[in-house]
Design a protein around this ligand. Structure first.
Ligand code: ADP
Ligand code: MG
Length: 400
């Protein structure tokens, strides 16, 4: 006989962050009061994968999972930072005047890199003391890195009164990631972390760097978005990512366009005929996935039934699997299991070769779909996935 589904068994809720405990840790580490507490969220991309470095569209939401920083301004150029997630919470001490591109600062690069980037822009920078806590899963493709760089950027900007717009705050985070941490990311992660709004998804035009906030009230529609972390990571993901970027550039060059964004959807088949088979498939993914973002955005704006996003999610997954070839068996297993168990649609999200699948489900089906994913992974001999419900939340902000 089937056991009744126990939602709490398979769908986890994020561990809450204890702000008082974080402030207390700050006091014990630095023997002083923090000037304030800031928080920045992780993000999950609803649709539009590998479109960002092709000038195309993406559609992320900010998550309810945050990195929280207790911060105090210093008068010198010293940065001290400690994270519960790293080095057993030990303090890392760096001097801002020593920071150079290509240096090796470990995880602290995402923090100190923000100060470096601000100095590059001619902003007045002083050091900080920082204590961090986070409930954003690290390395799962949910942008714990952007949560970290953006909470730092927001706090530094507020404390030193830099009066930056959101895009510039995000840009400081990206510079920290790209130039000091050495992680090649587009601007999506940081924009989502800085600009997120409750019950909204953001359509980002990655060429124009403009954001359109679109209503995305899942709860109101009786829906839930599951994030199913496969807990697998391909060891060659970095090299594969670089190869896809290169293929995209190569395809654009051969088609005589600046970026694949400039390939019109209408005449796609005839245009792509000019490419060799591999580049044809790569380009087809980029162009069609960016178009699927625009279709999804129109659907959200129209107030139509959100369930109609489902087929677009499935198409996007097929495109990543067959044309861009960035999925792996553990991911495909979860996507198929979610759809077979009644999800309206499901797709891998993030750069690929592991990471997470998202599934759009009726609220009443969330537990059954989650359960089916766990069972399918176990039957296939893959790691047991970690599953939570995504809630579209607000962006980086001061909380105390
Ligand atoms: P993702 O952004 O998908 O979680 P990344 O590989 O881009 O994965 O970023 C993960 C890295 O970011 C970690 O290895 C660590 O260096 C840094 N990081 C993220 N969150 C924290 C945190 N709370 N404390 C310290 N470092 C963190
Ligand atoms: Mg990241």
């Amino acid at each position: 006989m089937n056991q009744p589904h126990d939602e709490t068994r398979v769908v986890s809720t994020p561990d809450p962050i204890d702000f008082d405990a974080l402030a207390a840790r700050f006091r014990s580490l630095y023997d002083a009061e923090p000037d304030g507490l800031w928080a920045a969220p992780g993000r999950v991309n609803i649709i539009g994968e590998h479109t960002d470095y092709n000038g195309g569209f993406v559609l992320p939401i900010a998550l309810a999972q945050h990195t929280v920083a207790a911060v105090r301004r210093r008068d010198d150029s010293v940065l001290r930072v400690a994270s519960t997630s790293m080095d057993d919470g030990a303090v890392v001490t760096l001097n801002l005047t020593d920071i150079v591109e290509g240096g090796n600062y470990g995880w602290a690069a995402y923090v100190v890199g923000v100060g470096w980037a601000a100095a590059q822009r001619g902003l007045p920078v002083t050091g900080l003391d920082i204590a961090l806590d986070s409930n954003v899963p690290v390395g799962a493709g949910l942008s714990s890195s952007a949560a970290l760089s953006c909470v730092t950027a927001r706090a530094w900007s507020d404390l030193l009164d830099w009066r930056l717009d959101d895009e510039t705050v995000a840009d400081l985070g990206r510079d920290a990631e790209n130039k000091i941490a050495g992680a090649p990311t587009g601007l999506m992660d940081q924009l989502a972390s800085v600009c997120g709004q409750e019950a909204h998804a953001m359509q980002i035009d990655t060429r124009a760097v403009t954001i359109e906030q679109l209503p995305f009230d899942l709860t109101g529609a009786g829906l839930a978005l599951l994030v199913i972390d496969s807990r697998t990571e391909h060891s060659h993901a970095d090299g594969e990512y670089a190869e896809r970027r290169h293929s995209s550039q190569e395809a654009a060059l051969r088609l005589g366009v600046r970026e694949l964004r400039d390939v019109p959807l209408e005449s796609l088949a005839t245009t792509l005929d000019k490419l060799p088979p591999l580049l044809r498939r790569r380009a087809r993914h980029v162009v069609t996935d960016s178009a699927r973002v625009e279709q999804t955005a129109r659907l959200l704006l129209s107030g139509d039934d959100l369930r109609r996003i489902g087929p677009l999610l499935n198409d996007s997954h097929a495109s990543m699997r067959d044309d861009y070839e960035i999925t792996v068996p553990s991911i495909d297993t979860l996507q198929e299991a979610a759809v077979a168990a009644g999800a309206h649609g499901a797709r891998m999200t993030g750069g690929g070769f592991g990471g997470c699948v998202i599934a759009l489900v009726d609220q009443g089906d969330a537990a059954a779909v989650a359960d089916a994913c766990v069972r399918a992974a176990e039957q296939a001999g893959h790691p047991t996935p970690a599953i939570f419900q995504a809630v579209a939340s607000g962006g980086a902000d001061r909380i105390r």
